[in-house]
Design a protein around this ligand. Structure first.
Ligand SMILES: [Zn+2]
Length: 263
């Protein structure tokens, strides 16, 4: 029998909001850009205005088996996501026959303030239907210039959760990747086994969010993706009340597990 993994202690530090480490997002994005350049990714920036471009990258292969999109940094108080993206670029162990599109950070203004919302106090991850923000409008223009995706992933954190969990949107009931993601992440990070997470029914660290697709007015990015760009979406949630390294390991392990499980 395998030994049960030993997890780090919960920090108990996050009360009423995220109270953990912050990152220098501009340095991190420069680092991602440098590694991406050295490892053959093409820049395809997301142009918000003449003054603001967000880094984004593609790695296009001839006759791709699958096309995958992932994004991070939508909430500025969730540093593990952009750190995970940098880690994945540094590891440079991408699936060979897959075309990838990556946006490392959608909300640099929020990271500069360590706030969930952007610099104008707007939660970008509630704006993909109303499209009040220039950034989300620019993101949708960017999406419209890309092909459809077989899989999308959004990397997030939750300061209240008892462990890692994942939202699945899979309206056509394709083979689910969720159990494989959770099984792999369990090796490096506790899983939130609550039956109710963020007010939604959960089972074994997985929230099946299909039932909310038709009813929720304030679309997060994943809802836009399901309605317009893909039929399979996972939102990975790292638990912010655990050490930052544990959360980065959890998100990176979850992302790699999804790559390997996508048949
Ligand atoms: Zn988030």
């Amino acid at each position: 029998m395998e030994d049960a993994p030993r997890y780090p202690q919960r920090l108990g530090r996050n009360i009423a909001s995220y109270q953990g480490e912050t990152i220098d997002i501009h340095k991190l994005l420069r680092d991602v850009q440098q590694v991406a350049k050295e490892t053959g990714w093409q820049p395809i920036p997301l142009v918000v205005s003449p003054e603001l471009e967000l880094p984004a990258f593609q790695r296009v292969v001839a006759r791709p088996r699958k096309t995958i999109y992932f994004s991070s940094g939508t909430h500025g108080d969730e540093p593990a996501g952009p750190l995970c993206v940098l880690r994945l670029f540094e590891e440079n162990a991408w699936p060979e026959d897959v075309t990838l599109f990556v946006i490392p950070c959608l909300n640099p203004g929020g990271f500069a303030r360590n706030t969930r919302e952007n610099e104008d106090g707007v939660d970008l991850n509630r704006d993909y239907r109303s499209r009040k923000t220039a950034l989300v409008r620019a993101h949708i223009r960017w999406f419209e210039q890309r092909p459809r995706f077989d899989l999308s992933m959004c990397l997030h954190e939750d300061w209240e959760s008892h462990g890692f969990y994942v939202y699945e949107l899979n309206p056509d009931l394709q083979p689910s990747l969720a159990a494989h993601i959770v099984e792999r992440v369990k090796q490096v990070c506790p899983i939130d086994m609550s039956e109710l997470i963020e007010g939604r029914e959960a089972c074994g660290g997985v929230i099946c969010a299909n039932r909310y697709l038709g009813t929720r007015p304030d679309w997060p990015e994943a809802f836009y993706l399901i309605h317009h760009k893909t039929r399979l979406s996972y939102t990975l949630e790292g638990p912010s009340d655990f050490p930052l390294l544990t959360r980065v390991n959890a998100l990176a392990t979850g992302a790699r597990a999804a790559f390997e499980a996508l048949q």
